[in-house]
Design a protein around this ligand. Sequence first.
Ligand code: PBG
Length: 328
Amino acid sequence: MSFPTQRPRRLRRTETMRRLVRETRLSPDDLIAPLFVCTGEGVEEAIPSMPGCSRLSVDRIVAECRELASVGVPGVILFGIPDRKDPEGTEAWAEAGPIPRALRALRSELPELSLWADVCLCEYTDHGHCGPVGEGPDGRVEVLNDRTLPSLARAALAYAAAGADVVAPSDMMDGRVGALRAALDEAGRSDVTIVSYAAKYASAFYGPFRDAAGSAPAFGDRRAYQMDPGNSDEAIREVAADLEQGADVVMVKPALAYLDVVYRVKQRFGVPVAAYNVSGEYSMIKAAAAEGWLDGTRAAMEALVSIRRAGADIILTYFAKDAARLLA
Ligand code: PBG
């Protein structure tokens, strides 16, 4: 069948018809809001490279989460900004650290909100790498994989104890999902969900986040542990490994430049897939909108629906509150 019998435009003529044939919809149910938690009280420090986002102290985090919950956002993922950094990143598992304090407050104030804790050391190490640095087997200086695993497990246990429903390792060390699952199970916390950043690329799109979290590496880059942007077969292997080690949800990060990876992962494994619409993807739209070069709201909603269309079930996005409001 072809033209003139077939006229695809017939289905696009009115909004009611477009609504009827729309294949993919965005809902607040799909969204997780990333939040930056700092120490202190009454702190709300704007992040210049992420317009509309701030570093918030625990009291402000609670207020922000109340708002998010009221517009239907089901959960948040917390990133900690500590006062103190050291080579090992020990503040990551401190009971009085920003994430545990925020989790305890949120757990009692908003029991229904899904609380996710990002598990990584780069915000807590003074060199900004995702684990302790030292000489590898061949003498090359690198992030020491097997020495990082117990620290990640310690952090995950601390967050679980403080009330996290989900721990989300974003460090890209080999074997970390298995290490977290074993540590949690051993502590009697088989209930805690693991969302692994399974296919996390070494991306320029994390730039604004590193400003926000003060986590840019002091030397070198993350290409020796995060994935090469040219690879997608490797993403399949990473996802398979994380599922085997006990990941409940697998994440692809960033989202927009990697929609083919989101698609492949969803098609291949049929498990819940999350995609992280990262800081750079957010800030590009914000910056262009501020210049009047595009309609920021429409661009954001189009970007989010494209991530769903590619196969993501869950989207982590700094647009969460605005998008949920618009969808209400
Ligand atoms: C920590 C981490 C990063 C992001 C999430 N977790 C930064 C990085 O890997 O450098 C980036 C998120 C964003 O850009 O929005 N490892």
